[in-house]
Design a protein around this ligand. Structure first.
Ligand code: ADP
Ligand code: ZN
Length: 737
């Protein structure tokens, strides 16, 4: 019998503490149990990470109590947390917290219970009820309401009869009704009728893909399948039937989708096929909903989980399949510690828990295609749209030529204006895509050139027209537009740059009478705004939508025949080695929104760099061509997938002290790693100042992950940073801001 428990205490310390297990708790303390322990002068909660027979230390304190009877973390999940902690250089306790949502972990988290009232078998009938009616009419009303034998929640019963809980309790005392708490599910799905769907007859390519995935589910050979299918090629139908196959073998499934495409529309497609066996997990759930969904999964009541990033940790038993839709999406990367990538965690969980993994995308990440070409993943390709609907035509408009021709910098080229008019005349719909929100990116003085800038973040303020305010999108600073230029005092500030609001205004002027809506994170911060805007668009109440990248994802509108990309260059000019890949992905995704009905779609891409490889490859819808060119660039500069890349960001309020200490760290790092590991920097980060901090970066590229991570893990624990200097290690970083 183990008498010692190693415990990760809720403190974000990267170490475990030994505690004695008192005899009376021995049967209850297991690996994964949640426990209360004395810590210093206070009491803390923690998780049992391992059991042991003896400890190095003699003076151990004892565990105070155990929470619940079942360990909260299943064995396999603890193992996964451990792996995540090591791989991403994060404290184990933080990794455990990530695996287990707060709504479940907190000991005060409970199921929601409501009192439920039913008739006792010998409740009055006939004459006895007549007597009661005369003597206590309110009590008789309660009996009448319960007559059908179904029972009612106390609150509903009181409301229906116009009585009070006192009336019901009086009946309970007489033994005429019984009342007991009943757990009610807090259901995140909107309550409306969803028509069930049947599996479709698959196209030949879909059938091939499904066969491969089923083989993977049954025998893990191959363990990972990459499903490379153009938008509208029917990937989702393959997911649905693969999940059905897993269910037939009594196994569960997880479907990951990027947070912004986790729309009711997406969830409903799964719900329509699998009904109540679906559970939903994402960040917009209320605590109670999250708690209940988690327990439905843990208990096995729900067998399929659909959710965003963190759903990869859902406690599904006998997991047979994890689907990662849009596997290339940067939003699968968590931007706080542990900085895990849910796609990569899915592959690792598959390996640990013996389940198949299906990665789907129209534009797979270079890493994934490389894994496929190296034979690590199997590939299934869906080259055509369902029913052989044609891919849209792509047209590139050179805005430099446009500017020369018209003598001014226009937001809309003549080509785009004409194409839009045509759509309006024909009653078809258009989407305009812009990678910016707000009205204008910045406020520039026409006389002295002064730019309204956030002093704390070295970034131009964004001008928001609705409320005439300037906002910093980094630190959230929010202020009134000054009456005059702070530089020279002239009252006219000019709006330069371009935002969704400004495009919306221009459209209203260009196309009088057109019904325009805007979709960006500013708008959708209001609850249900997203659904309302999309609903209006789908039902034809609006003609044009202007939006940011959130409209590039997974939406399906048959009547959209024109897509305009207002400025394709924005994502190209980011200081990031993945800028080209992102632009290619974005343009391809956006194009996928056009022509999903009977009319062939047309995409117009406005750009100042028409010959950029990413733009050209997107125009030809040529993934392989893009891959071949881009992979050479990555090979030459030893970027992923030819290396593992860690981005170390150090920040501090004193610039000199920051450079000195980051420099010292880089020196130690260089001397500790093997000679084939490249350490660059420290250099000022692209975002050189944020929230009053200076920021510098050290970029590490290493052929092997292990060689790099071991050193980083040791150094980030042992290196003595001066007070006020903060260091963040991001393994496999996807954003280099
Ligand atoms: P993707 O996920 O690749 O973008 P979808 O799964 O959304 O593609 O499929 C696009 C459309 O084609 C959907 O409306 C879907 O219902 C339909 N579809 C998919 N597979 C078939 C099929 N085998 N036969 C007929 N229609 C299909
Ligand atoms: Zn700021």
């Amino acid at each position: 019998m183990a008498s010692i428990a190693k415990i990760a205490v809720d403190l974000s310390l990267d170490r475990e503490f030994d505690y004695r297990i008192p005899d009376h708790l021995v049967p209850d303390v297991r690996v994964g149990s949640r426990v209360h322990v004395p810590f210093g002068k206070s009491r803390k909660e923690g998780f049992v990470i391992a059991l042991a027979d003896h400890s190095e230390r003699a003076d151990l304190k004892a565990i105070t109590s155990v929470v619940g009877t079942e360990p909260l973390i299943a064995d396999g999940m603890l193992e996964l947390a451990r792996w995540m902690s090591v791989y991403y250089c994060a404290p184990l306790e933080q990794a455990i917290r990530t695996v287990l949502p707060g709504a479940v972990r907190r000991t005060d988290a409970r199921s929601k219970e409501r009192l439920f009232v039913e008739l006792e078998p010998d409740s009055p009938e006939g004459d006895a009820l007549q007597v009661l009616r005369a003597r206590a009419p309110r009590q008789a009303a309660v009996i009448d309401a319960l007559r059908d034998g179904q029972g009612l929640f106390l609150t509903d019963l009181i409301a229906a009869t116009g009585t009070s809980s006192g009336t019901v309790r009086a009946l309970q005392k007489k033994g005429l009704v019984r009342m007991a708490p009943l757990t009610v599910r807090r259901n995140p799905l909107t309550e409306h009728e969803i028509l069930p769907t049947e599996p479709m007859e698959l196209m030949p390519a879909q059938a091939e893909a499904l066969k491969l995935v089923c083989v993977a589910i049954d025998g893990l050979d191959p363990p990972v399948v990459l499903l490379h299918g153009v938008t509208g090629s029917g990937k989702t139908e393959v997911y649905l039937q693969a999940i059905a196959h897993a269910l037939e073998q009594d196994r569960g499934a997880i479907v990951l989708v990027p947070e912004i495409s986790l729309t009711p529309q997406t969830v409903e497609r799964f719900f329509a096929r699998f009904g109540d066996r679906i559970a939903v997990l994402h960040s917009h759930l209320a605590e109670g909903e999250r708690h209940d969904e988690w327990h439905r999964i843990r208990s096995g009541e729900a067998r399929i989980v659909i959710g965003a990033r963190s759903a990869v940790f859902a406690p599904v038993r006998d997991l047979g399949l994890i689907v990662v839709d849009e596997e290339h999406e940067p939003s699968y990367k968590q931007e706080e510690s542990p900085r895990y990538n849910a796609r990569d965690m899915a592959v690792m969980r598959g390996k640990m828990h013996g389940c198949a993994v299906l990665l789907g995308s129209a534009t797979p990440a270079l890493e994934s295609t490389t894994n496929a070409r190296r034979g690590k993943y199997a590939v299934a390709v869906l080259p055509d749209r369902v029913d052989h609907r044609q891919m849209p035509t792509m047209q590139i408009v050179d805005m430099r030529v446009e500017a020369e021709r018209t003598g001014r910098v226009a937001v809309f080229s003549q080509v785009l204006v004409d194409a839009t008019r045509q759509r309006l005349d024909r009653g078809e719909q258009s989407i305009f895509f812009l990678n910016r929100r707000g009205y204008a990116t910045s406020l520039i003085c026409p006389k002295c050139g002064h730019v309204a800038e956030c002093a704390a973040c070295s970034l131009a303020f964004t001008y928001h027209k609705v409320d005439e305010r300037l906002r910093c999108h980094i630190c959230g600073d929010d202020r009134r537009v000054p009456d005059a230029c702070p530089g020279c005092g002239v009252p006219e500030f000019r709006f330069a740059g371009l935002g969704t609001q400004r495009v919306e205004d221009i459209i209203a002027k260009l196309f009088v009478g057109a019904r325009v809506a805007r979709l960006d994170t500013d708008v959708t911060r209001r609850r249900h705004a997203f659904e309302k805007i999309l609903g209006d668009f789908r039902s034809g109440k609006t003609d044009i939508i202007v939006g940011t990248q959130m409209i590039a994802k997974g939406l399906h509108f048959p009547n959209v025949t024109l897509i305009g990309v207002i400025n394709a260059d924005l994502s190209l000019h980011k200081p990031d080695f993945r800028a080209g890949e992102r632009t290619f992905q974005l343009l391809t995704q956006v194009a996928g929104r056009a022509g999903r009905g009977d009319v062939r779609g047309h995409v117009i891409v406005q750009t100042y760099t028409p010959f950029h490889a990413a733009v050209q490859a997107a125009r030809r819808l040529d993934y392989d061509g893009f891959y071949d060119q881009e992979i050479e660039f990555r090979r030459e500069l030893m970027y992923p997938p030819f290396s593992h890349l860690a981005c170390i960001t150090v920040r501090g309020r004193s610039e000199g002290q920051l450079m000195d200490s980051a420099g010292a760290f880089a020196v130690e790092l260089r001397s500790a790693v093997a000679s084939d590991v490249l350490v660059a920097g420290p250099c000022p980060a692209p975002l050189a100042r944020a929230k009053g901090y200076y920021r510098v970066q050290i970029i590490v590229r290493s052929p092997s992950h292990r060689a790099m991570a071991e050193v980083l893990r040791r150094l980030s624990r042992d290196f003595r940073w001066p007070n006020g200097i903060l260091c963040v290690v991001d393994i496999d970083a996807v954003s280099l801001m």
